[in-house]
Write a protein that binds this ligand. Sequence first.
Ligand SMILES: *[C@@H]1O[C@H](CO)[C@@H](O)[C@H](O)[C@H]1NC(C)=O
Ligand SMILES: *[C@@H]1O[C@H](CO)[C@@H](O)[C@H](O)[C@H]1NC(C)=O
Ligand SMILES: *[C@@H]1O[C@H](CO)[C@@H](O)[C@H](O)[C@H]1NC(C)=O
Ligand SMILES: *[C@@H]1O[C@H](CO)[C@@H](O)[C@H](O)[C@H]1NC(C)=O
Ligand SMILES: *[C@@H]1O[C@H](CO)[C@@H](O)[C@H](O)[C@H]1NC(C)=O
Length: 461
Amino acid sequence: MSIPHQSFLAGVNRRYRVLIPLTLILIWFWFLWRPLLGFHTKLAWDQSSNSNQTQSSPISWEGNKDIFDFPPIESEAIKSICDDVEWNSTLVFTCDNSYGGVGNVRNSVLNCVRYAISAGAGLVIPKIILRNSRNIVDLETRERTTLDYMFDVEHFVESLRLSCPALKLYSTEGDIPNLEMSPDPLSVVPESLVEGKSRDGSAALQNSDQWRQQFYQWLEQYATNNTKGPIIVHVGRLFLKYSMHSDGERFALEFGAIMKVRSDARELATTTLRALIQAYSLPVNLSEDIPSDAFLGVHLRTERDAMNAWGNPFWPFSTYKAIVAKYIEQIQDPSRPKTAVIYVASGDLNEVGKFAKDVEALNMTVTTKDNLLTGKDKEDLRKLVWDQQALVDFLIMPLASDFAGLGISSFSWNIALRRHLFAKQTSFLHIDGPKMFEDEFSILYGGGKDKYPEYEACLWP
Ligand SMILES: *[C@@H]1O[C@H](CO)[C@@H](O)[C@H](O)[C@H]1NC(C)=O
Ligand SMILES: *[C@@H]1O[C@H](CO)[C@@H](O)[C@H](O)[C@H]1NC(C)=O
Ligand SMILES: *[C@@H]1O[C@H](CO)[C@@H](O)[C@H](O)[C@H]1NC(C)=O
Ligand SMILES: *[C@@H]1O[C@H](CO)[C@@H](O)[C@H](O)[C@H]1NC(C)=O
Ligand SMILES: *[C@@H]1O[C@H](CO)[C@@H](O)[C@H](O)[C@H]1NC(C)=O
């Protein structure tokens, strides 16, 4: 790790410390948890009396099929960035190279929208590269699908219309006017245009004005002069390639809310959460930011694709054994929130079975969405493909009382950073590990040779 990188991180941390107390909490409370609040106020928590709710377990969730829904966002922070951009109607970006799980895709798409705003370009609604359904290790098939594979497209479009009205969105490339007059599309790897590129957070774009200049210089070299048609630029995958701190705190906090998980996954998550609370009579108070007596969320990221990608002998948490040993330490740590139930996020039920056995002696009960959903809901879950099923866990995990995940996983980081918005503990990053991330609500294990500081720098919460 280079020296400049270290100082950048220090700067980021300082900024975090300053902004956390108020803005973070308020804004995120509003955007992310507003649906829960609304839900709570409408709910008959205690039907025997109209007020003085002493009962902490919900009686009826009726009429609340989707507690994870929230309206399109209209963000002043995004508006103010978009208002400063000089827009170029001849330029259109496509962002069709995002792949992987929800954490990867979400970040890559958000970054691509951000680069399009920098360039003042129009944007074709991003596509997602499909994972091979018969072999989850094969992340990049040649097949692409639409954004609704994971996300609510209407919400995406409407949020951008409200928050960045000058950004021209096209449903498909075919909708771009005068396409027939367009020269051959160009391809660009945006981060390659900035100096000192590398894969860690220090190299992520931090000054979008500078990038814009470099982009237009690049464009001049490659774009045909005197073209009358639109200039189409195919943009490469942008996972962790933009420093979310470069546009100010409010933007960093609000931008991610243009992405909302698709509605069927939200409804399944609602049903799963309700079943979890009822099955174990958990005294969950959903108006608490992080419910204190709910469940431990465990991200058991030991599926085959992860082990294949991370099976690095230098990486200390590259095996089930090493990971679970840490998780068990966390369960037994008297300073962590106490729970009796573990909700496991995993796409491999054999691994969950192994884990359930391993924590049996600790008197911990293990459950998953597959256990909790029944009947038609379970069928609906099974109809979803692997990466779509994970969306359910992605929504539920922020509501855990304590969370255990991996410092190498964007999914884990997304959850931990989101939970961190409610944490009092402001210093959470320990890049050398073994607890790469630690606050009172979450621990992510990592470090050693693979430090991954770019998650903290680039992962929009
Ligand atoms: C609620 O509790 C307060 C304080 O204990 C009490 O004054 C009030 O009468 C209660 N209201 C109802 C509807 O029971
Ligand atoms: C838009 O970009 C193209 C390509 O660089 C350039 O020729 C044109 O002048 C730009 N238009 C505006 C309005 O900036
Ligand atoms: C377009 O014009 C500019 C300025 O005259 C020139 O520098 C550039 O090389 C030209 N680009 C192409 C692809 O011909
Ligand atoms: C639920 O949490 C809210 C917010 O922390 C608190 O005001 C309320 O008293 C709690 N309700 C119960 C029944 O504990
Ligand atoms: C688990 O529960 C049993 C029965 O209640 C008890 O005897 C045992 O000490 C508990 N073990 C732990 C690790 O808490």
